[in-house]
Each structure stands twice: as C-alpha cells, then as structure tokens.
Design a protein around this ligand. Structure first.
Ligand SMILES: [Zn+2]
Length: 155
C-alpha cells in the first residue's frame, strides 16, 4: 500500500461521508470506500435499516459495488478503507474478495474481527492474509459512532 498519510486521510474522509449517509437513515454510521490505483471503485455504508437487509454492512456494499465496477469478484491491488474495524462477516468477505490491504479508523471492541475479538485478516491458518493499518482519522471515526449511540440513548 503506497498511499501517503494525506491520501489515506482523504480516502478515510470519503468513508466518513458514507457514514454520514447511514446517519441520515438513523442507523449505525459506518462507511467504507475501496480504492484502486488512487481511484475509488466502490463505496458503501451500513444500510441495514435503509434496505432491511441483515448483511448489508458498509464493507459488503462497497465490495459489491467494486465487484460491479471491476466486473470481477477479485479485488486484487485494492485497499479497503472503513471507519470502524470490520466484523467477522466483513473480514471473511474481505478475504473472499482477495483484498490485500485494509485501513480502518477506530477499533470495535465488541465486534471487531481484525485485531480486537478475532484476527481473521492476519490469521496464518487462512490462505488469504491482509495487510492491516489502523488509526487513520481514529478520533473522527470513533466520534461519529459515539455521538450516534449517545443520541439514541437520549431518545
Ligand atoms: Zn461487518
């Protein structure tokens, strides 16, 4: 992954814009973009409420989007940027799509499968291993989700 800090932050900002879309639908604000050769080829946000689909996490939507634009299930040479650490399902999907690089903003201590609860992306028993970087725009990525839960508790 050869992106500069500025480039990584700007892609993470795009992922945050996707999280804002989820927020408009009053759902957990998580966003994702998939980048190839410096271009965004897939975007996604959590759309469980919007689409009433249990598996429609930000990463799944972005992978489906990128598969369509690439006309390929393999997302080689791509980097996936997501605001929050991927869950078990999404970490599995990242492997299935052969995505080699993942950058996420904030950890998810309750559901994270890329270092917190499990370490699916780097588990040596699996044949696909992913280079993972964390902490890009961490406070912004964590804040949007913390605000969401704080507001929801108030309601
Ligand atoms: Zn997920």
């Amino acid at each position: 992954m050869n992106y500069t800090v500025e480039e990584k932050e700007s892609f993470m900002r795009e992922a945050l814009k996707e999280a804002e879309i989820a927020l408009e639908h009053d759902e957990i604000p998580i966003g994702c973009v998939i980048v190839k050769d410096g271009e965004i080829i897939g975007r996604g946000h959590n759309a469980r409420e919007e689409l009433q689909r249990a598996v429609m996490h930000a990463e799944i939507m972005a992978i489906e989007n990128a598969n369509l634009s690439e006309e390929s299930w393999r997302l080689l040479d791509c980097t996936l940027f997501v605001t929050i650490e991927p869950c078990v399902m999404c970490s599995g999907a990242i492997g299935l799509a052969r995505i080699p690089n993942v950058v996420y903003g904030a950890k998810n201590q309750k559901f994270g499968a890329a270092g917190s609860l499990y370490d699916i992306l780097t588990d040596e028993r699996l044949n696909h291993r992913v280079e993972v970087e964390t902490g890009v725009l961490e406070s912004e990525c964590a804040a949007i989700i913390q605000d969401f839960f704080r507001n929801r508790r108030k309601k």
